[in-house]
Write a protein that binds this ligand. Sequence first.
Ligand SMILES: Nc1ncnc2c1ncn2[C@@H]1O[C@H](COP(=O)(O)OP(=O)(O)OP(=O)(O)O)[C@@H](O)[C@H]1O
Length: 569
Amino acid sequence: MKRELGVGLRALWRRPLAGLLVWSVPEVLPTAVSGYVVAQAIDSGFLAGDLWRGLAWLGALFAASLLGGLGSRGVFRYLGALVEPFRDTLARHIVAGALTNATAGRREDGAVARLTRQLEIVRDTYAGLILLTRGFAVTVVGVAAGLLSLSPLVAAVIVPPFLLGLGLFAATIGIAAGRYRTAVAADERLASEAGTVLGGARDIVATGTEDHAAGMVADRATAQAKAELALARLAVLRTGCFVVGAWLPLALLLFAGPWLVAGGASAGTIMGGLTYILFGLQPALNQFITGTGDSGLRFIVTLRRILDAGGEFPTATTLPESEEPRPDRPVADTSRLRARDLSFRYGPRSERVVDGLDLDIQPGEHLAIVGQSGIGKSTLACLLCGLLPPDTGEVTIGGQPVAGLPPRELAELRVLIPQQAYVFSGTVADNLTYLNPYAPGDLIDEALDVVGAAKLVSELGGPTAEVSPAQLTDGQRQLIALARAYLSPAPLVFLDEATCHLDPAAEERAELAFAARGGSLVVIAHRISSALRAKRIMVMDGPRSSIGTHTELLSRSPLYRDLVGYWNG
Ligand SMILES: Nc1ncnc2c1ncn2[C@@H]1O[C@H](COP(=O)(O)OP(=O)(O)OP(=O)(O)O)[C@@H](O)[C@H]1O
């Protein structure tokens, strides 16, 4: 929350702010003098039997209101000059982030349109917040000055409970921002899961997994309902803050009436105090609480989305108003994988399959993982892909922790092809573009060609032909899955013995295609030829796993020597 407030406050630090504050003075004048004028009208006018004097005081209040109207007009003139440059800076940030992602090969998938909608929300809520907080601050200062000039005794009754209510509200803002964020995230997860289930409706019905699919959506719906309830409970708390800050001063003033009169306060003074509460503090606090609780939270949460979607946000020092942004930020290393202290076992009493593993895969690297059958290669691949949660440790891809990422976002980071390739009933094109529905025809042709699936697809009748998975061989299924992974937008590819049903020449062709695709490649190798194509090789042996080149491992890993001997034999 601090970062978002910091960005908003820094953007305020411009010349128009001075104009805005200067025009706030006449704007607050009617509120500041209202109680004092009412007290004078009653005490020295109507109660003293001098009708004209009373009316003259009320006329003064009317004149102050006219001045207030002029002040409001001036405030709005400067508001635009403050808000629009902030909007422009955010827009540059969004475009720079989109360009960085595009040059790094990540799919945009409507992100710019989504961020642009969020930009308008931030602009509107930012303007609302400026008006709100400024109006609240000048009203409180004006009322405090008016109360002190009216009667310090009355001020002593009204101000403390008002400040208490305000303080209580301030204490809930952090919690409210957290709950609002949770509610927005739960909402999006529900929409994403429902979208996934709807998109796979045909397969769900075909495989009879309706109950499972309904369960997937039900969990998200329950989580979303919970988050909304937590948010609603907070609204009740906010009402409590308003009661303390706005109604308690009124009750105290009425109860303290006899004591105030004994202390020298007149009927007009008490009426003036009531005027300050009813026409100054109450509406100001009400607007402030509802406004910051609504626009304020939307501003913080939406701005966070925009800031998280791009790189470093340009501050006043890094991006002067007149300067164009320079697109010289380094391209994000979206295919860099980093695992730290990774441990995993399938059950509380089973052996650890992975134990305290640290692993770095550099952008563009080609790594092979080898090891005896059952040592944990597939398990490790699932951990690195975020398909299994580790017992300890963390995996990041492109700097982003994979834990807890929704499937759609994970699919944009990495693609895993398991040994048993999945082909579903539908057209060849449906199967190929499953991970990239908007893949253009020439990219599909390229994918089929480089992984060696073009001949198969032509024999099947072309991309529009229907596929019957049961009639395909294991090798044919693997070719279709390979072309699908090649078309995926993910910069990191895992092939878990994904070519084991192809002959060595076809396997070489497919692996070379992935190595040349851009991004990083991890191959769980089942042949020495496959391991030798990688720049580095990881030999898995539980806690004794080691990494190096083929030559390094031959000299230092007995297990690797055994494996090579076995493969060559
Ligand atoms: N779902 C599971 N539940 C419990 N144990 C499992 C599960 N999946 C794998 N294992 C066990 O975890 C260990 C590692 O299995 P894994 O499949 O990761 O090994 P692998 O090296 O990929 O084997 P292979 O080369 O034969 O494919 C094995 O002992 C296996 O029996």
